[in-house]
Design a protein around this ligand. Sequence first.
Ligand SMILES: Nc1nc2c(c(=O)[nH]1)N[C@H]1C(S)=C(S)[C@@H](COP(=O)(O)OP(=O)(O)OC[C@H]3O[C@@H](n4cnc5c(=O)[nH]c(N)nc54)[C@H](O)[C@@H]3O)O[C@H]1N2
Ligand SMILES: Nc1nc2c(c(=O)[nH]1)N[C@H]1C(S)=C(S)[C@@H](COP(=O)(O)OP(=O)(O)OC[C@H]3O[C@@H](n4cnc5c(=O)[nH]c(N)nc54)[C@H](O)[C@@H]3O)O[C@H]1N2
Ligand code: SF4
Ligand SMILES: [Mo]
Length: 683
Amino acid sequence: MPDVRHSVCALDCPDCCSLLINVEDGKGSHLRGDPNHPVTRGFLCGKVARYLEREYSQDRLLYPQKRVGRKGEGKFERISWDEALDTIARNLAQVSAEHGTEAILPYSYAGTMGLLNGSGMDRRFFHRLGASRLDRTICSSAGGAGLTATLGLRYGTEPEQFRHSKLIIAWGASILATNVHLWPFIVEARRNGARLYTIDPVKNRTGQLADKHFAIFPGSDLALALGLMHVIIGEKLYDADYVASYTDGFDALRKRAAEYPPERVESLTGLDRQDIVALAREYATTRPAAIRLNYGVQRSDRGGTAVRAISALPALIGSWREVGGGLQLSTTQAFQLNRAGLEMAELQQRSPLGRPARIVNMAELGKALTELADPPVKALVVYNSNPAAIAPNQNLVLEGMQRDDLFTVVLEQFQNDTADYADILLPSTTFLEHTDLYLAYGHYYLQLARPALPSPGETRSNVEVFRALAGRMGFEDPCFRDSEDDMIRTLLRSEHPFLQGITLEQLDRDHSVRLNVAPPGQPFLPFANGGFGTPSGKCEFGAETLGYQPPVESRLGASELRSQFPLELISAKSHDSMNSTFGNRPWAQRETATLFMHESDAQTRGISNGDRVRIFNARGSCLSVADVNGTVRSGVVWSPSVRWSKLSPDARNINALTSDRLTDIGGGPTFYSCLVQVEKCGD
Ligand SMILES: Nc1nc2c(c(=O)[nH]1)N[C@H]1C(S)=C(S)[C@@H](COP(=O)(O)OP(=O)(O)OC[C@H]3O[C@@H](n4cnc5c(=O)[nH]c(N)nc54)[C@H](O)[C@@H]3O)O[C@H]1N2
Ligand SMILES: Nc1nc2c(c(=O)[nH]1)N[C@H]1C(S)=C(S)[C@@H](COP(=O)(O)OP(=O)(O)OC[C@H]3O[C@@H](n4cnc5c(=O)[nH]c(N)nc54)[C@H](O)[C@@H]3O)O[C@H]1N2
Ligand code: SF4
Ligand SMILES: [Mo]
């Protein structure tokens, strides 16, 4: 009989699944979703159902190494942990002495969602060191800022409640690829008569299964939201009572929405004016109606403001009152853990700087490595991220990473694009091998995972590495001796009612605990009676700044750019990978080396299905294979992302095209506002 252990999927996914793993003779033999978890419900996505292949892959990094070839070449030699840590400590000390501690830049994102390994000992280490602080904007900061402006709190409808909805709008949400555990609730709702609509420039698998698909122009969602408001307010379909009690700025919103009649919105969004009117009426009159907004919408110039407007819709129609109503973009802010105690920003006072360090936006890594002065970045420490593949304006990023005077440390599980640029490369554990605590961004369960499998070779967790580095740097603060359990207890030390009574012992026993967002068994209705987290305590429409302009890089944007690069590129999430994490799997390689085109765009360029194509703009180019299958309208091309550049014939991926222009609010990247041209490659 195998030993069955619990774990938690640490990948950057809203579902944050509860896992069961069979272990026989110390080896994992089968991984599945926990059938008792209310959201996981016994199944896993295709990516992680096969995670044990990754766990036991021949290609796992198992020992510390130092680079012996050129940067980017990928030639390394095994060294001991002592040599690795001494080299790192020596270089960080030297950079600090010569250029100041802010010349050191950490670079990390959500390779693991675990709090200890993602924002625990690492943060303490860099704060004490006085390193530049990283603004972690790469994914959701524009949407986060939008949600905060309107609702004041980054949480919303529980996934379990979607089963009660009668109309579900997936708005820039690729549910079957990126949030598959919402799907069974949608299936249940549809069995009870609900309709599913998708609003997306790409008709992906979710769009193909929807009752209706709205093929919106990229980056024009703000215009659509204002158009829906125009109809809802103009036809008096709004919930006057909810609006009067719990919202702020309705009169200004009425005036703003009046500027967006269906004809105008048709020209801005590419959607039929009758469809816009019908959608508005149906949304306002179907009870309950829920919006699953995801992050696709906010990766464009006006994306943050679009989220502001879309997240105002449920207040307008009063759907926050209903089980199965409202909206979900994120649930993270319900996890009111003691993050300050975990991260210890106050350690900066004890650094040589004696003050908070400067902030560097991770979406502008290329600029940070090539243009930043006073001081320039001289040391880069990468963990939980693969910037050589995932950061925008890739050619500039690589120009920076190529610098011989840049000392680079990479903590990784696999030899990916970024690992090739390391001076010192450290082997990391997987989430099946270390302890961590997990919040979720798509549900309300807090989860604990203990190591289910032994860590192979000489791999170490991020917590262990930064603890050891603190020792090497001579940091004697007691916090660097904290165990994983100490850190979890610190996190749980919170006054917030959502966390009351939740203990490490309970988490060890139950593995997954629902936050106290509502009494057991009862639905969480966050804004049924107001309770918004804004300064006014109301849902804030902020209509003064809701005006729409098309993205610079779009069909209605800068005309000179458009004449050279007429196609709008969307590099949204792939189905079978997780950003670049599974980029070495053959089927993920195939998927991410595909460019979907409309037949007319292919024809005018002499391109047929299966042809090799070159995608290019002023920032760079990359190779792909054309698929002319009807998922996009003319003028839009779509490439599931993100490929490992090193596995592409020209050593570049789609981020050679994307821009590091920032979003309107939140300082996020504009991955999906990107103009390109496409040509057929010679044979
Ligand atoms: N399989 C898989 N799952 C993942 C990931 C992955 O790489 N693969 N990545 C994880 C991560 S890091 C994140 S942040 C989440 C993101 O999850 P999602 O936000 O669902 O993913 P995206 O693909 O970024 O965008 C969602 C949809 O928005 C559409 N879109 C793009 N531009 C626009 C626009 O201007 N307007 C509208 N209305 N739609 C637009 C895209 O075509 C896409 O279908 O997924 C996570 N889950
Ligand atoms: N063109 C384009 N670019 C994009 C996006 C897009 O949609 N289109 N999406 C953007 C978004 S939303 C995001 S979130 C970013 C994601 O970008 P990243 O955060 O860089 O995500 P991944 O590519 O998944 O890389 C995570 C890495 O962390 C490693 N890792 C996992 N667990 C651990 C651990 O415990 N310790 C250490 N040291 N390493 C670990 C994995 O092996 C993996 O290589 O990409 C962004 N880039
Ligand atoms: S990637 Fe998402 S859906 Fe897949 S197992 Fe992990 S949490 Fe679940
Ligand atoms: Mo993300």
